[in-house]
Design a protein around this ligand. Structure first.
Ligand code: HEM
Length: 157
């Protein structure tokens, strides 16, 4: 028997939900900007001013906001008064999506982007690094978009 549980409401819950959704959109936007830059680098020729600004060798702090997704997600679960639980399939898939996306960015994309800063002018050296960044971005974008769709449909809720 399924027991119906009311969808959680309240100003505080709505604010955390809004933050959670904005973080998801920000993560996808950060990846989209990175993909545009990596694709441009695969063309031969001197890197643009924009590329030099993007590949500055610094840590991508805005991108690291992706790590707040599970924090706000866990807050939503905690504030939902048992309407949602980590044992639910869609929550588990969301967590897995975030894990895959973080791995793609932390293990592949961001290390390659940092190395690119010092070899930007070298078409031969930058090619494989741009491809590695793109691979990480593709894994992350697929996982995040998949997780967002699952969060919207909430299978097994
Ligand atoms: C990391 C673990 C995650 C947890 C524990 C989690 C948890 C939740 C919870 C409890 C809700 C509230 C649903 C509602 O009140 O209707 C929610 C909504 C949402 N989540 Fe997550 N989430 C996680 C990851 C993600 C990821 C990776 C994405 C996509 C990038 C995402 C995108 C969304 C979206 C778009 C909604 C709004 C759905 C709606 O209002 O119908 N979440 N999440």
């Amino acid at each position: 028997m399924r027991i119906a549980v009311a969808t959680p409401t309240g100003a505080a819950y709505d604010l955390v939900l809004l933050a959670h959704i904005l973080l998801a959109l920000l993560a996808i936007a950060v990846i989209a900007v990175g993909v545009t830059q990596a694709l441009a680098l695969r063309r031969s020729g001197d890197p643009s001013e924009e590329a030099r600004r993007y590949y500055n060798g610094k840590i991508n702090l805005v991108g690291r906001m992706i790590h707040l997704l599970p924090v706000t997600g866990a807050l939503l679960v905690a504030m939902s008064r048992s309407a949602y639980a980590f044992s639910q399939l869609w929550i588990g898939i969301g967590l897995l999506g975030w894990l895959l996306a973080s791995l793609g960015m932390e293990a592949l994309c961001w290390p390659a982007e940092r190395q690119l800063a010092s070899v930007l002018g070298d078409t031969e050296l930058r090619g494989p690094l741009a491809r590695r960044a793109l691979l990480g971005q593709t894994v992350a974008a697929t996982a995040l978009i998949g997780a967002a769709v699952v969060m919207l449909i909430q299978p097994g809720a």
